[in-house]
Design a protein around this ligand. Structure first.
Ligand SMILES: *Cc1c(COP(=O)(O)O)cnc(C)c1O
Length: 402
């Protein structure tokens, strides 16, 4: 076996000889190990992680409790299929229902975010019936890359190469209740929203918007589905971002942080809505398997024990105040430890957000260039104050260096 050709082997971009498809573009580094809020690459260089693999490893890399749970479970039982129960599904589902706190509900496990959105759309269609199948979502939203999740995603430029997409999707201007009301005809069965748009640039909904959406859905018998895939499990300083607005959902899609890096997703639904799924309606071979759910169980137990929302609230306030002191940062938006830093044109000096992120990487900080003018920051909950300070000072040094 020779080493993989192309950029996965040596970072030179011999695209045609690389055994991996090029849809992510050439990766800038190969990362080989992590601990807490830090990562190391193949050359042994150290990075502070302000991204968590896109809001996934929220307890940090190689968290001892999650590592132990996965190792023990791998030695005991990895997979049995959904023809049988396993010892983790019930407790994990119960914990998630309790954290959502929206009354009696049930959970269906999936393996990823997009699959969870697919499950939510199928459940809404089954519950509402034919003729009420339309799902309304927002422009600039992101709901995943499978065909129906892509159709729900409010970014027309992402649709174009894959037309025709599944029908039954409609998009409205973000954060405007009047626009939403105009889109709610009798054929609409569900509204799907991220309480804070993640990929779209970290755009928080006004609390009053979510309250108005809930009222409109109630008046018309429409299901309100929150996509909490990026915002869930403490990331915004509450267990779920919808909780800031004090509204209750009918369906919640979750994934990312729930198992600290093991592939777990799923949906929670109000019990009467959940009852629409009968045996045979939906399924997934790996979903809810013991290995992945052992990680979810350890992750959620750890988050509850540390009071993740309180920790995130405090760390998020520190991060926001540190960013506010940087001359090159005009404004900060987001909540808790999900933030975007909007950079001033002077500091950008012709560079784009992704170029700033790349310069940060070269100085030992992993961040995401989310828009041409903004960085997205999503550090782990366990990051130290010193690591937050070091990371922000790297951003500051890159912005000064123009
Ligand atoms: C990441 C994300 C998804 C898609 O999740 P995958 O696991 O990549 O399929 C969907 N919705 C939101 C809000 C996300 O952040």
């Amino acid at each position: 076996m020779t080493a993989p050709a192309g950029h996965f082997g040596d970072h030179t971009s011999d695209e045609a000889n690389c055994p991996i498809m090029g849809n992510y573009g050439p990766p800038p580094r190969m990362l080989v190990e992590g601990s807490g809020a830090e990562l190391r690459d193949q050359q042994g260089r150290r990075y502070i992680d302000f991204l968590c693999g896109l809001a996934v490893t929220s307890l940090g890399h190689a968290h001892p409790a999650v590592t132990r749970a996965v190792a023990d479970q791998a030695a005991k039982l990895t997979h049995v299929s959904n023809l049988f129960a396993n010892e983790h599904q019930g407790p994990v589902a119960e914990t998630i229902s309790n954290l959502i706190g929206a009354g009696p509900g049930q959970v269906l496990f999936q393996n990823s975010g997009a699959e969870s959105i697919e499950a939510a759309i199928k459940l809404a269609r089954k519950f509402q019936g034919r003729g009420r199948h339309v799902v309304v979502s927002a422009f600039r939203s992101f709901h995943g890359r499978t065909l129906a999740a892509l159709a729900a995603t409010g970014q027309p430029e992402k649709h174009e190469p894959f037309q025709p997409l599944p029908e039954g999707f409609r998009h409205v201007v973000w954060n405007d209740p009047d626009e939403l009301e105009r889109a709610l005809g009798p054929e609409v069965g569900a509204v799907l929203l991220e309480p804070i748009q993640g990929e779209g640039g970290v755009n928080p909904a006004d609390d009053s918007y979510l309250v108005a959406v809930r009222r409109l859905c109630d008046e018309r018998g429409i299901l309100l589905m929150f996509d909490e895939i990026q915002t869930g499990f403490g990331r915004t300083g509450d267990w779920f971002a919808f909780q800031h607005a004090g509204v209750l959902p009918d369906i919640v899609a979750f994934a990312k942080a729930v198992a600290n890096g093991m592939p777990v997703g799923g949906i929670w639904a109000r019990t009467d809505v959940a009852a629409a799924f009968k045996p045979g309606d939906h399924g997934s071979t790996y979903a809810g398997q013991p290995l992945a759910l052992a990680a979810a169980r350890a992750t959620l137990d750890t988050m509850i024990e540390m009071d993740a929302p309180a920790v995130v609230g405090a760390k998020g306030a520190l991060l926001a105040s540190l960013l506010d002191t940087l001359p090159g940062v005009d404004s900060v938006r987001g909540r808790g430890l999900l933030m975007a830093a909007e950079m001033s044109p002077d500091a950008l000096h012709g560079r784009t957000g992704p170029e700033i992120a790349r310069a940060c990487l070269d100085r030992g900080l992993i961040v995401n260039g989310i828009t041409p003018t903004a960085l997205r920051l999503a550090p782990p909950y366990i990051i130290s104050d010193a690591q937050l300070q070091e990371g922000v000072s790297i951003i500051g040094s890159v912005l000064e260096d123009n």
